[in-house]
Design a protein around this ligand. Structure first.
Ligand code: FE
Ligand code: FE
Ligand code: ZN
Length: 292
């Protein structure tokens, strides 16, 4: 069965129950959320009654709550060569996995980090050191390393960097989240996605993939830019994304849209999910969303 949803909001009043309600509005059967604003580290107490209510509502709507995803904020940087920043990232992540435990969320996506001039080897060592602390601190939560576009000094721009981190931490609590826009921008042609999966399986193992971010890209392959585009309206294209979404080898893995709002105002997810279920590209979709 296709498991598809999008990034949704999270606020301190309705919390994960509000996130679920937003996902249901989009016709989704999974979702991903940040436990607060993605660009800051202010976080609220988790209300465990709302979590139980949400899990109940998921059951009633045939949603497998164990596949719902949390995304860590992208400003924390485990690859930082600055000791203060690294320690801040480790401490913040401890709080974040604790929040995931209270939320009964199993999988948390993490951007590996940026070495900011410290060099790739030091960056990877710092990530490994930090993740070892996190997986020992909390065994409930799996950390999914996201494949990155290779913008600036981002770590995780290719399979070998992801593999070095996974081998270095050496724990079942580490997995991977593929992001189609990031893969494209890092140099992987999504029209040869099956070849990429073969290679991934050989180097890391497909069983390590627990989430796929499905985004089109505004930029050409190998651009190292990381700017997401609506499904079918970018350089990857609808058919190639459909091949990823319906790939037999990733059948039970949640697919999450992180495509941009149309005119920064209109959420596209209901329409994109519908188009994906129909498997037919609608080149008028963005206009329809604006008029909705
Ligand atoms: Fe991400
Ligand atoms: Fe992503
Ligand atoms: Zn991105």
């Amino acid at each position: 069965m296709l498991i598809i949803g999008s990034h949704v909001g999270f606020n301190k009043d309705s919390q994960v129950l509000g996130s679920l309600d937003e996902a249901l509005k989009y016709g989704a059967n999974t979702f991903m959320f940040y436990t607060g604003a993605p660009q800051n580290t202010r976080r609220c107490e988790i209300n465990e009654d709302l979590v139980l209510e949400c899990i109940d509502k998921c059951k009633n709507n045939n949603i497998d709550y164990s596949k719902v995803i949390v995304h860590a904020p992208y400003i924390i940087n485990l690859a930082s060569p600055d000791t203060d920043k690294w320690e801040f990232a480790v401490n913040f992540l401890k709080g974040e996995v604790d929040r995931c435990s209270k939320l009964k969320i199993k999988n948390m996506v993490l951007h590996p980090g940026s070495h900011t001039g410290g060099g790739i080897d030091l960056g990877i060592d710092n990530i490994i050191k930090g993740l070892k602390i996190i997986v020992e601190y909390n065994s409930d939560v799996r950390i999914l390393l996201e494949t990155m576009a290779g913008k600036g000094t981002e770590v995780g721009r290719d399979l070998s960097e992801i593999k070095r981190i996974i081998d270095g931490v050496n724990s079942d609590q580490i997995g991977v989240c593929l992001d189609t826009c990031h893969l494209n921008d890092s140099g992987v042609s999504i029209d040869k996605f099956d070849e990429y999966l073969d290679l991934f399986d050989k180097e890391i193992g497909i069983n390590k993939i627990y989430c796929v971010h499905v985004n089109d890209s505004k930029n050409e392959v190998n651009s190292h830019k990381d700017r997401h585009e609506n499904i079918g309206f970018g350089t990857i294209g609808f058919d190639n994304l459909i091949n990823v979404i319906y790939n037999k080898r990733l059948e039970d893995i949640p697919k999450i849209l992180e495509t941009p709002y149309v005119d920064k105002e209109f959420a596209p997810y209901k329409y994109e999910i519908e188009m994906i279920r129909n498997k037919v590209f609608d080149d008028e979709l963005l206009n329809k969303i604006k008029q909705s």
